[in-house]
Design a binder for this molecule. Structure first.
Ligand code: 13P
Length: 247
């Protein structure tokens, strides 16, 4: 039985004042101890977030694949650890698109993260054109081949399936499509990682809201959610945590 994980990705949103939202999120995480909860704010808010709610795990949204060096503007996994993060998202579709990140770079980031003692959430997902062309599973399969660190375990690695067309659009795949994709991802993880592949949590992400969380989180092989917009306020995020706790 895999513990559910509900992760909030604030993207490039938030401020010191917005950290007040964490108080109620931390309280909900404590109340629903059977669910793992993490919030990933922008880099500059990691340390103040960790200081404000020490019991609530905090994550980063990216790290570099190298340990240090001449990479202006980048952050290493060890820097995230020092700031108070316990986890990092790598390979989000927005970074794959905006920063042209490749599967190999994403894998290097995940390996650097795990090497530094972080859990890594490796993101995969197809575009709408790829789904319409009937290539969704093949695209995700290829992303997993290229991005998944082979030393990943159920403890250190999480995979997030986020169809690009469902992010920030209010649209979600059907339950049948989510089940088919998560089943395919599970088979791939077992092929790549053996028995550990069965322990790796697979999150669904893309327009998860309080009113669809129970349905999406109830799908087989959906082990949690990666939540964008609805993670910005406790009013929206806490009901998603509560929904995960009922499953
Ligand atoms: P939304 O929940 O805003 O659709 O974002 C999903 C996402 O990209 C989380 O990483």
């Amino acid at each position: 039985m895999r513990r559910k994980l509900v992760a909030g990705n604030w993207k490039m949103n938030g401020s010191l004042a917005a950290l007040a939202e964490l108080d109620a999120i931390a309280a909900a995480a404590a109340e629903h101890g059977e669910v793992d909860v993490v919030v990933c704010p922008p880099f500059t808010l990691i340390a103040p977030a960790a200081a404000r709610t020490p019991a609530l795990p905090i994550g980063g949204q990216d790290c570099h694949g190298a340990a240090k060096g001449a990479h202006t503007g980048c952050i290493s996994a060890a820097m995230l650890v020092e700031a108070g993060a316990g986890l990092v998202i790598v390979g989000h579709s927005e970074r794959r698109a905006d920063q042209h990140e490749t599967d190999a770079q994403v894998r290097a980031k995940a390996e650097a993260a795990i090497g530094a003692g972080l859990r890594a959430i490796v993101c995969v997902g197809e575009t709408e054109a790829e789904r319409d062309a009937g290539k969704a599973v093949a695209i995700v399969d290829g992303q997993l081949d290229g991005s998944v660190p082979r030393a990943g375990t159920g403890e250190t690695l999480v995979v997030a399936y986020e169809p690009v067309w469902a992010i920030g659009t209010g649209r979600t795949p059907s339950v049948a499509d989510v089940a088919a994709m998560h089943g395919a991802i599970r088979r791939k993880l077992v092929a790549l990682l053996g028995g550990e592949g069965d322990k790796v949590r697979i999150l669904y992400g893309g327009s998860v809201k309080p009113d669809n969380a129970t349905e999406l989180l109830g799908v087989e092989d959906v082990d949690g959610a990666l939540v964008g917009g609805a993670s910005l306020t406790a009013a929206q995020f806490v009901p998603i945590v509560a929904a995960a706790a009922t499953l």
